[in-house]
Write a protein that binds this ligand. Structure first.
Ligand SMILES: C[S@@+](CC[C@H](N)C(=O)[O-])C[C@H]1O[C@@H](n2cnc3c(N)ncnc32)[C@H](O)[C@@H]1O
Length: 263
């Protein structure tokens, strides 16, 4: 029986929980969300904002791009289609198996690496661009280590653009309905969200940061914040994804996209 709690959790326990959880959940996750995510589509979050429309990355032709926490690498495949040279990195072999399956189906093959985003197996300055759509960031205990590692593998002038749940959502229940619009938890409480089994072993972990925390962590990791995008819920989108829904999306932001530059 899974138990939901808030408690301190180390980087190693977080990593182990995330790897197990995403390995176990990969088939169900891709079955549930695969149609929305597409095979070669770069969508920033449940609002359905496509990079093709948002243009947050600029011209990616020829760019060496790292997709961090790539899952089935749908975004990396879209980037390859635009003429970029992407590499996908993810902690979970289960998720990367889906990336291989989609590569076979689409014919768009992207190099894939299984690794932790806080210890990237790439040389300094290997990439022009790093991106992540709800990838590793909230699943890492030490997010300064993650941003610092991304900064290391980017060349000077390179960009890091990533989306996460909007920090405001931390204060609201994870429900797509009316009860998901009532503040039940302190926005300021950074104690991690933990699901654990009967033995107390963490099975799923998310780490919260306030907006201010994120700005400080990014600038403290050597980045300049270029933009913070809060996509609005579009009229065409009637899908419910966990706690994200048209009802809530029309009232409060669900996603925050941070666009940064390494000076
Ligand atoms: C919500 S999925 C996002 C993937 C993809 N962009 C999508 O929308 O399906 C989160 C991904 O982050 C990966 N992940 C979690 N922690 C990670 C870490 N520390 N390093 C690398 N990847 C990680 C998970 O394995 C999972 O594939």
């Amino acid at each position: 029986m899974e138990q939901v709690t808030r408690r301190a959790v180390s980087a190693e326990e977080t990593r182990q929980a995330s790897r197990r959880w995403w390995d176990d959940a990969a088939d169900a996750y891709q079955a549930e969300h695969g149609d929305f995510l597409g095979a070669a589509r770069f969508v920033w979050g449940p609002e359905g904002l496509d990079e093709a429309d948002a243009g947050l990355l600029g011209d990616v032709r020829g760019a060496r791009v790292l997709e961090v926490g790539c899952g089935a690498a749908q975004a990396a495949r879209w980037l390859a289609d635009q003429g970029a040279r992407p590499v996908g990195v993810d902690l979970s072999a289960g998720q990367l198996r889906h990336a291989q399956t989609l590569a076979g189906r689409t014919g768009i093959v992207v190099p894939l690496v299984q690794a932790d985003a806080t210890a990237l197996p790439f040389a300094d300055g290997s990439f022009d661009l790093a991106v992540s759509a709800y990838g590793a960031v909230p699943f890492a205990a030490d997010q300064v280590a993650l941003h610092t590692e991304v900064a290391r593998v980017l060349r000077p002038g390179g960009r890091w653009a990533f989306s996460v749940s909007h920090p405001l959502r931390w204060a609201l229940p994870d429900s797509p309905d009316e009860d998901g619009l009532v503040v039940r938890h302190s926005y300021f409480d950074r104690t991690p969200y933990v699901e654990q089994d009967e033995s107390g072993r963490a099975t799923y972990v998310e780490h919260h940061r306030t907006l201010g925390d994120r700005v400080r962590e990014l600038t403290g990791s050597g980045f300049v914040l270029v933009d913070l995008v809060e996509p609005e819920w579009p009229a065409w989108n009637d899908q419910v994804w966990g706690g994200w829904s048209p009802r809530r999306g029309r009232l409060v932001p669900g996603t925050a996209i941070f666009v940064c530059r390494r000076p």
